[in-house]
Design a protein. Sequence first.
Length: 396
Amino acid sequence: MGCAQVTDGIRPTAPTVLVGRDRELREMTGLLDRAAPGQPTVLVVEGPSGSGRTRVLDELTAVARRRGVTVVPEADWIRIATTGGASSTALLLVSDRPPHWDAGLARALRQLAATAPVLVVLTARTGADPRLLPPGAHRIRLGPLPAPEAERFLTLMLGGRPGPDLLDLSRVAAGRPGALRDLVLGLREEGLLAVSGDRIGLRAVRLPARTRSRLREELATMSPPARHLLQAAATLRAPFPLGRLTRLLRVSPVAVLPAVDEALESGLLSDDELVRFSHDLIRPVVRTSMPRSVVAALRDDQPHAARRPAVTGPGPRPAPALPPPDWSLLTPREHEIAGFVGRALTNRQIAHRIGRSPHTVNFHLRQIFHKLGLTSRVQLASLVRQRETSSGPSSS
């Protein structure tokens, strides 16, 4: 293919600029600017492993120092609080983890904030025990980098533009800067990077050991339900509807919702109408986390799971008439989603409106169908429109 191996000339280095976090940094510096004496302002920066929590915190401390703000690491919080006196100098207290937040610490921080602006910034992994975090704190969540920013990160790290094959493989990182860095360093270590024309591509498409190790660690730290869901998904041919996976696991869609959300948050599964891994090379890594006998048993069970009837309705025989629905059974969120269905919005469009995944919308729809005794989206849309029509004259 004319792709020469020149990995000795490729020296990946972490970008010296913060990539793709301009909005988050503006929010953080805005809180720093607005901090005032009286009460400490507390911010929690949340994100999954590799999302760049520490990097964002480092950038904020650099900004604060340039503005003359005193930066205090967690180890010195209590000392500063007890010896700082009535200083009026603005303080930025930072901790790259959730500290033990008790009454004594809260009292010490209030003493500091009595005469000086105080901003306390903590980082926490997504899903951290809320009891470890201070009540009433501001929150900033570090999501995945958008595709253009992920490409920019790779370009800065490589010193050249990534080729299509490298961009495709980078999907395993799910837009996380730390995972992108590990991927590039691993590819370099194993001699898999090469220059082709004006792009930096791959000599072979495979995951380096660094990335496989990161994926195994990610899987090991997940809750058992989410880990089992991913392991079952690794035995199915993707993409596939979520219902097929829940039948294989013999659980209801509603019961598996927290595990689905956790799997999506991990970046191992993609957020789509159909379930799929973010990159197909993730599948064998997940599969190797299971004993071979379990993989074989799940594969053997798939034909039986497929033959089991879905539990979404009484069957194809049409009913002569539907009883009037009891709309009071629905939650406010279910009312909202039903209204969107009546306006002919798709699950993806509804998910965008309410800030949830299409899978979550689908679970809510199943609940609505069950509560109202419906079997299809068409029935729900018809009932919503009938309700809106009948309530119109009475409200005028």
